[in-house]
Design a protein around this ligand. Structure first.
Ligand SMILES: [Zn+2]
Length: 496
């Protein structure tokens, strides 16, 4: 492959709030050199015109669910618990082709909106499969996007996970719910081992991790088995943690301690651990995560949409937690726009206190969405920065776009003005995946047709699950709102 030189662009300096003119030489997948405009490059280098383009590191989505893309917009006034109640409806009855298609749509939206790598917690019912996970990774590879795929698993149903919920349901509904059983954890662990053993992809581009979904949904034996399997294969662990108040209160009921303290007690927290959401953390919980070198995937859009609360991001930074930003799934946020996620991360940091010094700065947010995210993926020394020897994951923003008329401060404007509409080019591992606003890797018209026929079929296949979910909604809602009214030592809602 010929080297590439991006000529005439301006390279973002996040901390410096500047974008100075510079050329970038890319050899294969790697950035070799950043230098002054017109710098000497090998004669065979292919010149790519980057005039009037702002070059920034690709955004890293630290928490998404590829299966969610086909369920975009299905819900409205759902709390987290009502979303989980709707799980079999919004994510069930998927064929292998559906799994591939959902991941592909997710990847397409992320790349189109300036994101070059993602941590995808992908669910398959009742348990992960080799074919399913490989189809997901293949979808990302075909779009040209980097991914860590983590099978999302549970050995308890949602109705068993929340103490007292199953017993609170009317008899007839309870009988229907009890017909479904979660897979025994040994089967999920065995499937993961098989996938880890025979993974056919380049792990720098499509890696694996493990995601026992939520502490309450997983037996301790399952959590420990995932911990050990991750250690054996050197992969990451990702779990939803203290996302809603109902979960936080249920954690105390089940474990007699916070969810984070429980995971710490199981030896689950470490540098390879990412906690998603982490809204209802106590100061001690933040300390536990920081002391263990853990990461948090902060999902402000999803936390707002599900009414989960505002995560204490400033306290996490102070506690030396690695902060990253995610969109969460399209069935709860309802898009894959990392520019929106960074803007929300900035904005929600400002509603809890009039102390401006406690708010997240635009540079802090953008670092979290690039370098912070790269660390959660276990790729902190390969992506997240535009620097020599880093992978060439570069987003080109059109400086002629009205978002930059005028360009006063690129860092502030990327976080507070950009909505992804100025994304003009996306390079991943040295390959232009999006050029002049168009994909070089796929046929969007075909994707649209596939999405339409899949959703048409899924509407029929999930009709019974939908009916049951809607009947349960009132009961689940009432019970979990009750949990939300119980005492908890902290409050993460703006008005409690
Ligand atoms: Zn999630």
């Amino acid at each position: 492959m010929r080297p590439i030189v991006l000529r005439g662009g301006r390279v973002l300096d996040i901390a410096g709030h500047r974008a100075e003119p510079a050329d970038v030489l890319i050899d294969g997948e790697t950035i070799r050199q950043l230098g002054p405009p017109g710098m000497a490059v090998p004669a065979e280098a292919q010149v790519v015109d980057a005039a009037h383009r702002l070059l920034m590191p690709g955004l890293v989505n630290a928490h998404t669910h590829g299966h969610g893309s086909l369920a975009k917009g299905l819900g409205d006034r759902w709390s987290l618990e009502l979303l989980l109640n709707a799980g079999p409806w919004v994510g069930g009855s998927r064929t292998l082709e559906d799994k591939y298609l959902a991941a592909k749509i997710n990847a397409v939206e992320m790349v189109r909106k300036g994101c070059t790598a993602a941590y995808d917690l992908y669910v398959e019912y009742p348990l992960p499969t080799v074919e399913g996970l490989e189809a997901v990774a293949r979808a990302y590879q075909e779009v040209g996007m980097r991914v860590v795929v983590a099978p999302m698993m549970a050995d308890r149903l949602f109705y068993e996970a929340i103490p007292g919920l199953m017993e609170s349901l009317p008899k007839s509904l309870r009988a229907r719910v009890e017909q479904v059983r979660a897979a025994p954890y040994e089967e999920s662990v065995a499937a993961c081992r098989q996938v880890l053993e025979h993974w056919p992809f380049d792990r720098g581009k499509a890696a694996l991790a493990l995601a026992p979904t939520i502490p309450l949904h997983c037996s301790d034996a399952f959590i420990v088995a995932c911990r050990d399997l991750a250690a054996e294969y050197g992969v990451g662990l990702h779990m939803h943690l203290a996302e809603s108040k109902a979960q936080a209160v249920s954690g105390i009921k089940r474990y007699g301690k916070t969810l984070t303290a429980h995971l710490d007690g199981l030896g689950f927290l470490g540098p390879n651990f990412t906690g998603a959401h982490c809204v209802w953390l106590t100061d001690e919980d933040i300390q536990r995560l920081g002391d263990n070198g853990a990461s948090v995937a902060h999902n402000p859009g999803s936390n707002l949409r599900l009414g989960s609360g505002i995560a204490p991001a400033r306290a996490m930074l102070e506690g030396k937690v690695n902060l990253a930003i995610g969109t969460d799934a399209s069935h709860c946020s309802d898009n894959q726009n990392m520019f929106e996620a960074v803007r929300l991360a900035s904005f929600v940091s400002r509603v809890g206190s009039p102390e401006t010094q406690s708010w997240l700065s635009t540079a802090e947010v953008l670092s979290a969405a690039t370098e912070g995210g790269a660390r959660t993926l276990g790729m902190g020394d390969a992506i997240g920065r535009l620097a020599p020897e880093y992978q060439a994951d570069i987003v080109l923003l059109d400086l002629n776009h009205v978002n930059y008329l005028p360009c006063n401060d690129p860092t502030n404007q990327i976080v507070h003005s950009e909505d992804s509409s100025a994304v003009d080019g996306v390079m991943i591992a040295g390959r232009m995946v999006l050029q002049d606003g168009r994909f070089t890797t796929l046929d969007l018209e075909q994707l649209r047709r596939d999405a339409e026929s899949a959703t048409e079929r899924l509407r029929g296949a999930t009709a019974d699950s939908k009916e049951l979910a809607l009947m349960l909604e009132e009961h689940v809602g009432r019970y979990c709102v009750g949990l939300g009214r119980e005492h908890y030592p902290i409050n993460r809602w703006v008005s409690g």
